[in-house]
Design a protein around this ligand. Structure first.
Ligand code: ADP
Ligand code: ZN
Ligand code: ZN
Length: 727
C-alpha cells in the first residue's frame, strides 16, 4: 500500500505538492527528495506527511528518489517558515536558500575506479595485444577511472570495456567526498591584551550556554577578529559548527590568512562565486557536519548545518546583509532568529553599530562587550575637514581638478616620506554623467530612470542599475555636435587620471568592482599594497571593508557629501559608518594616520561628529530624529513596490492599493508615488510606504491589505519589510 507526502519545492509557491511513496520507512519530515515536475524533475523537501490536496489518488505521482542526505531538521524547517512569513516571501523561495546547491543532488556521489582482478588475459581467453598490456602495466601501480586509463595507457574505450567484460579488470567504487581538514582551536594562540582577553572571556563564556546575542563593539583596529576567534575556538572545542559572515566575501584574503594562522587550516567558504562542484561539495560537507567553520556571505545563514553552535556577523552594520532581490530579508536579523530557534549564541562585531542593534542593547535584549583602544597602542587618526568653498581645487593641464590644494600638498608630503595614501570615492567609472554642452542633452539609460556612467577603462557608457552598456558616442545623439559631449563630476577613474598627472612618479592602483572584478584581481592589488608596492590606492566603498594596511598613513575622502544628501532614513547613519570605517583604515601601524574629508558643507552634523570623534553625540542626534518621526527602531516600516511592463495597468494597481490602504492612529500609508527609479530594467515602478507603531504586527496589516485586491498576472507586488533602499 502506498502513502502520501507533501513536498515543498524551491519555487514561488507557499503550498506543498502531493506525491506518493511506496513506504514511509525511509521518508521523514525534512527528507530531501527528487520528484517529477512537469516534464522535468525537481529537488524538494518533505514538508508534510499524508495527503494535503483532494486530488484523485491515482493522479498523484510517485517520488522518484529519496536522496541520501540528512533530512532538514525541525528547527531549520521552522526557521524557513519564519523567514517566509516574516518577510512575506514564498515559502518555496525561502526553502530554496537552504538547498541552493544543484550539483549536490545531480552529481554522482561515487566514482568507479578499475584495478587488476588477478585474472590473466589467457584465463579470460583474450589475445595478448600491446594495448591490453599497456593497460595492465598502468594498473599495476594504482587503480584509475576509465577515462584515466584511456589517457594513461593511450587506448580506446573499447579496449577497456572488453577487459572489464572479460573480468580482467574489476571495479572499486569510492565515495566522492572532499575532505575538509578540521580547524584546530589551539593551533596558534595569539597573546591578547588585557582588554582583549576580558572581552574574549565574556564571549567564550557564552558558548554552550544557550541563546544570547552579544555586540562586540570595538574601534577599528582594536582586534575584534582576534577576540571573536577565541569564541570560535571554544565552539570548535565543543564539537560544534561555526558560521562567520562577512560583508564582501570576495575581499577576505587577509581575513582568511589570519584564520589559517590561528586555526591551522582554511575554513570552508560559501558565496555566489563558487562553481557548481565546489558548491555541491561544500553544501554536502555542511549538511553532513564535515565542514566545521564556514565563512560566507549572508546566504550562508540558511544552510542545513548538522550541528551549529555559533554565528558571528562581522561588520554587522554593513548594508550588504540586507537582501533586496528575490526574498527580501535582513540577514543580521534572520541570524538572530535562527540562533534563538536553535538555542546558541550570536556575536555581532562592528566599530559602528547601527541604531537598531544599539536599541536592542539599551532594551537589554542584547549584551555588549567593548574594545576601546587600538591594538599595540596604534592611535586613532586625526581628522581634517577641507572646506571646498575656501580651499578650491585648481584646474590643471588634465582639466578639472577634484582635489583641494591642501590635500594635494599632504599627498605630496606623504609620497616624499615614502608612506602610503588612499583616496576614497564611492563612485565607479570615470564620470557619473555625460552632458552635451551645445544642446543640454544628458545621456540616459533606455531601461531605467538613470544616467549612464562613463567608463574610460572599458570605453563605454554603463548603467549601474541594469548593466546596459554602449560604446562612448563620438557625437551627441541629440544634436550631432562633435565637441559638445562633456563628462560631469568625478568617478574613481577620473581621480586616478588627475593623480597620475600630478604625481607621475607615484605607483597608483585602483580598486573598483568593474576594474578589479575578480577575486584574484582584488587580492593582487591588496597584496601589492601590503608589500609596499603601491603609493596611492584609489577606490570605491570596497576600500571601507576591513583591510589592514600597516603603512597606510593618509586617507583622503574625495566627496564626503555623497550620501549625506540622500533622502532615505539611513543615509546619515550610513555615511557616518562609511566615513568612520574608511578613516579607520589609516594609521593602523606604528605611525599615526591623518584623514582629510573634502566637503562643501563643513557645518554638517555628521562631519562634525566624525571630527570630534564623539560617536555618542552623533547617535543621540540621530536617535532624536528617528524618535520624532517614529522611524525604526522606534516604529516599523514596510515598502510595497508595484512593478510591471504595462504602464497603465501598473499605475492602476498602485492606485487601488492606495485607495484601500490602511490608515489608523497607529498605521499610516504613504503613496502611491512613482519610484525614484521610475523605470528599472524596462519595468514601470510605483511605491507605497506603510508606517506603523512598534507594537503593530505589520505583516498582518499587509496581508489583510494585499488580500483585498486582485493583482493581474503581469503586475508584480513585492513587499520589503524594514526597507533599506527607497529607490
Ligand atoms: P578590528 O577588526 O577591530 O578592526 P583587527 O582584528 O583587524 O581589528 O586587528 C587589527 C590588527 O591588529 C590586525 O592586524 C591584527 O592581527 C592585529 N592584532 C590585534 N590584536 C592582536 C594581538 N593580540 N596580537 C597580535 N596582533 C593583534
Ligand atoms: Zn547635443
Ligand atoms: Zn539601466
Amino acid at each position: 500500500m502506498s502513502e502520501f507526502v507533501g513536498v515543498l519545492l524551491p519555487l514561488p509557491f507557499n503550498d506543498v505538492f502531493d506525491y506518493k511513496v511506496e513506504t514511509t520507512d525511509n521518508v521523514v519530515l525534512g527528507s530531501i527528495v527528487r520528484v517529477p515536475w512537469g516534464r522535468e524533475q525537481q529537488i524538494g523537501v518533505v514538508w508534510k506527511l499524508g495527503k494535503s490536496s483532494d486530488l484523485d489518488e491515482k493522479k498523484i505521482k510517485p517520488v522518484a528518489e529519496v536522496l541520501n542526505f540528512p533530512p532538514l531538521s525541525d528547527e531549520l524547517r521552522k526557521f524557513i517558515g519564519f523567514v517566509a512569513a516574516y518577510n512575506m516571501a514564498f515559502l518555496g523561495l525561502a526553502l530554496k536558500m537552504a538547498i541552493s546547491a544543484k550539483g549536490a543532488f545531480d552529481g554522482a556521489k561515487t566514482t568507479t575506479l578499475y584495478t587488476l582482478s588477478g585474472k590473466t588475459l589467457a584465463e579470460a581467453k583474450l589475445k595478448n595485444s600491446d594495448a591490453r598490456w599497456r593497460v595492465i602495466e598502468l594498473l599495476k601501480h594504482y587503480p584509475y577511472t576509465r577515462a584515466e586509463i584511456a589517457a594513461g595507457a593511450g587506448v580506446g574505450q573499447s579496449v577497456i570495456k572488453t577487459m572489464i567484460d572479460a573480468g580482467v579488470l574489476s571495479p572499486i567504487i569510492v565515495e566522492n567526498k572532499k575532505e575538509y581538514a578540521e580547524p584546530q582551536g589551539d593551533f596558534y594562540k595569539v597573546g591578547l591584551t588585557a582588554e582583549q582577553q576580558a572581552a574574549a572571556d565574556i564571549l567564550v563564556g557564552k558558548i554552550g550556554e544557550g541563546f544570547s546575542v552579544t555586540l562586540l563593539d570595538g574601534v577599528t583596529g582594536s582586534g575584534k577578529t582576534e577576540v571573536y576567534f577565541e569564541a570560535v575556538a571554544k565552539a570548535l572545542d565543543n564539537g560544534k559548527q561555526v558560521v562567520i559572515t562577512v560583508p564582501e566575501i570576495a575581499l577576505t584574503s587577509q581575513w582568511l590568512s589570519r584564520f589559517e594562522r590561528r586555526f591551522g587550516v582554511k575554513p570552508a567558504c560559501w558565496h555566489s562565486g563558487l562553481g557548481t562542484r565546489e558548491r555541491a561539495d561544500t553544501w554536502t560537507a555542511i549538511a553532513e557536519g564535515r565542514a566545521k567553520v564556514i565563512v560566507g556571505a549572508r546566504s550562508a545563514l540558511f544552510l542545513p548545518y548538522s550541528d551549529l553552535g555559533l554565528i558571528v556577523i562581522d561588520e554587522s552594520h554593513d548594508h550588504s546583509y540586507k537582501q533586496e532581490d528575490g526574498v527580501n530579508y535582513q540577514g543580521r536579523d534572520m541570524a538572530v532568529v535562527r540562533a534563538k530557534m536553535e538555542n546558541f549564541p550570536l556575536i555581532l562585531a562592528t566599530a559602528t553599530p547601527d541604531l537598531e542593534t544599539l536599541n536592542n542593547v539599551e532594551e537589554g535584549k542584547y549584551d555588549v562587550v567593548k574594545l576601546g583602544s587600538r591594538y599595540a597602542g596604534a592611535e586613532l587618526p586625526s581628522i581634517n575637514i577641507i572646506d571646498l568653498k575656501k580651499d578650491k581645487p585648481q584646474k590643471g593641464e588634465w582639466g578639472t581638478s577634484w582635489l583641494a590644494p591642501s590635500l594635494v600638498a599632504a599627498l605630496k608630503e606623504n609620497l616624499q616620506k615614502g608612506e602610503q595614501s588612499m583616496l576614497f570615492l564611492n563612485r565607479r567609472g570615470y564620470a557619473p554623467l555625460i552632458i552635451c554642452r551645445d544642446c543640454g542633452h544628458r545621456i540616459q539609460c533606455p531601461n531605467c530612470t538613470a544616467w549612464l556612467t562613463e567608463h574610460r577603462n572599458s570605453k563605454s557608457l554603463v548603467c549601474h542599475h541594469c548593466g546596459h552598456s554602449v560604446p562612448i558616442p563620438k557625437t551627441c545623439p541629440e544634436c550631432g555636435s562633435e565637441t559638445g559631449l562633456t563628462a560631469c563630476g568625478p568617478g574613481v577613474e577620473r581621480v586616478a587620471e588627475e593623480i597620475r598627472f600630478r604625481f607621475p612618479e607615484a605607483r597608483v592602483k585602483i580598486i573598483s568592482s568593474d576594474i578589479t572584478s575578480t577575486l584574484a584581481d582584488v587580492s593582487d592589488v591588496i597584496k601589492e599594497m601590503e608589500a609596499g608596492n603601491v603609493d596611492i590606492l584609489i577606490g570605491t566603498q570596497i576600500l571601507a571593508k576591513g583591510h589592514h594596511f600597516p603603512s597606510l598613513t593618509l586617507v583622503g575622502i574625495v566627496d564626503a557629501d555623497l550620501g549625506l544628501m540622500g533622502s532615505d532614513l539611513r543615509a546619515t547613519e550610513q555615511t557616518y559608518q562609511l566615513l568612520s570605517q574608511v578613516s579607520g583604515r589609516a594609521g593602523r601601524g606604528e605611525k599615526k594616520g591623518t584623514v582629510y574629508l573634502q566637503t562643501l558643507y563643513p557645518e554638517n552634523a555628521v562631519l562634525k561628529a566624525l571630527l570630534s570623534g564623539n560617536r555618542e553625540e552623533f547617535l543621540s542626534l540621530e536617535k532624536k530624529t528617528r524618535r520624532l518621526l517614529k522611524l525604526p527602531p522606534y516604529g516599523k516600516l514596510a515598502a510595497v513596490i508595484v512593478s510591471g511592463n504595462n504602464r497603465e495597468q501598473t499605475e492602476r494597481v498602485a492606485a487601488w492599493l492606495g485607495q484601500c490602504a490602511p490608515n489608523t492612529d497607529s498605521i499610516t500609508t504613504l503613496g502611491p508615488a512613482q519610484a525614484p527609479i521610475y523605470m528599472l530594467r524596462g519595468k514601470y515602478r510605483y511605491r507605497l510606504l506603510l508606517k506603523t507603531a512598534k507594537l503593530i504586527r505589520i505583516q498582518e496589516v499587509l496581508r489583510n491589505w494585499l488580500s483585498r485586491i486582485n493583482i493581474p498576472n503581469n503586475v508584480r507586488v513585492e513587499v520589503d519589510i524594514d526597507p533599506y533602499s527607497f529607490m
